[in-house]
Unconditional design. Structure first.
Length: 462
């Protein structure tokens, strides 16, 4: 039977040639380094190539997609060469470490309770302890870091001294060096995070580009994908806060929630894409999609405060009355007289709005618009939607004050007239008394004359 000639040396050389070809296909500066140089060395060692050194020009710094172009070839070569096998180290040591695979824990000195499975897993570990690395190059750069868990190809590969990290998935936390207490689950989750700490990323490429940001939480594919240095963000849902780069303190809940946020801070977007650059806003729901809002704990609850209003954009707030919010302040004067043409009505809302059919009292927006268009609020299509009753109340107050002034003026006039009449009455009474007195004097004189006249007549008769 003819002796079998291993093709592995040729494979190693071919890797170099294909690397040159892949250079023109894929950007060489993206992704996790695929350690083709080590794979080539693996093939060389397997084929007992002791003196040949291949020019593999730092392949570990190239894009993973370039490596993917080579992987099918490598797998095919394994299938064609079933007799080629590398020496697989396995066992336990006196420090209670367990290892399986070439180069696993090869640099360990006093580290204990470590588990390494896969090509060069925990390769550089010296004194780090209680680490678990499963997968080729997982935690390979770790030296003194402890309590780390890496499961997946190049998971936590560059971690050196950081501790308490958990990485599950291809490239998860692959570039982390000194960041502590991070959790990354999913393909390239927290891939580029180097010194960021206390981050949680669950999902494909979640927090992938984070570098130094801390206390971020991303659950969902591409959640907080482009975040770099921002802190205290929470993104739950596919593509949630995907465009946020340096904005911190944001909360996004739902698929593509906060999608438009970039650098703004302290926003809360629930089921809403948000607005680029804004800060300190709360947005709930999406116009055109959500057509009704039900919130428990409001109806029937007594509270003291200001009346809440909503504009046509769905913005909630309280009508401001302070002069610092107003321009062109002037007296209302006759402008309020328009309300005298309004026609109050009684009515019932349609069944779909009020199944109980309670009697209502108010105005019809279309009728009010004919009297004064400024007294109606409009919907997003510009149609009259409701009456600005707060404006009607202000106009009513103005008309009341005007009428009150007129009544006050009339009452003053009447009071003056009554005073004049009273004086005249007193004069009349005094004149009447005087006339009575004069009449009494006349009567007395007349009586005296009557007494005097008979005596004169008797003298004249004699």
């Amino acid at each position: 039977m003819a002796a079998f000639c291993s093709p592995l040396p040729e494979i190693a050389r071919l890797l170099v040639r294909l690397d040159h070809v892949a250079h023109f296909v894929v950007n060489a500066n993206q992704g996790v380094p695929i350690r083709l140089a080590k794979l080539a060395r693996f093939f060389q060692d397997s084929a007992h190539m002791k003196t040949t050194t291949l020019p593999l020009r730092n392949l570990m710094n190239r894009s993973p997609l370039r490596a993917f172009l080579l992987i099918p070839l490598v797998l095919a070569c394994f299938a064609l060469s079933p007799q080629a096998r590398a020496a697989c180290e396995e066992g336990c040591d006196t420090n209670f470490n367990s290892f399986l695979g070439e180069g696993v824990l090869s640099g360990n000195t006093t580290g204990f309770f470590n588990v390494g499975v896969g090509f060069e897993a925990l390769f550089n570990n010296t004194t780090g302890f209680k680490n678990t690395a499963i997968g080729a190059a997982a935690l390979s750069a770790n030296t003194t870091g402890k309590n780390n868990t890496a499961l997946g190809f190049v998971a936590l590969e560059l971690n050196t001294t950081a501790s308490n990290n958990t990485a599950l998935g291809f490239g998860a936390l692959g570039v982390n060096t000194t960041g502590n207490s991070n959790t990354a689950t999913g393909f390239e989750a927290l891939l580029h995070s180097s010194t960021g700490s206390n981050n949680t990323a669950n999902g494909f490429s979640a927090l992938r580009n984070n570098t130094t940001g801390i206390f971020n939480t991303a659950n969902g594919a591409n959640a907080l994908l482009h975040n770099t240095t921002a802190n205290f963000n929470v993104a739950i849902g596919e593509n949630a806060l995907i465009s946020d780069t340096t904005g911190g303190g944001n909360i996004a809940l739902g698929a593509e929630a906060g999608l438009n946020l970039t650098t703004g801070n302290n926003n809360i977007d629930i089921g809403n894409a948000g607005v680029a650059g804004e800060s300190n806003h709360i947005r709930i729901g999406t116009g055109g999609t959500h057509t009704a809002t039900f919130i428990a704990g409001i109806s029937g609850v007594a509270v003291n405060g200001s009346q809440v209003v909503v504009n046509s954009d769905g913005k909630l707030g309280v009508t401001a009355s302070s002069a610092r919010f107003k321009d062109e302040i002037k007296s209302m004067e006759k402008a309020s007289e328009a309300i005298l043409a309004l026609k109050p009505v009684t009515f019932h809302y349609k069944k779909e709005l009020d199944p109980d059919g309670m009697p209502q009292f108010g105005l019809v927006a279309e009728d009010v618009e004919k009297v004064n268009p400024n007294l109606v609020a409009r919907d997003d299509q510009g149609k009259p939607y409701t009456v600005r009753y707060e404006a009607v109340n202000a106009m009513l107050l103005n008309e009341f004050l005007k009428e009150h002034w007129r009544v006050g003026t009339l009452e003053a006039t009447v009071a003056r007239q009554q005073s004049i009449n009273a004086e005249q009455q007193k004069e009349i009474q005094a004149l009447t008394a005087s006339l009575k007195e004069q009449a009494l004097q006349i009567q007395k004189v007349s009586a005296q004359l009557e007494v005097t006249n008979p005596a004169r007549r008797m003298v004249n008769n004699h």
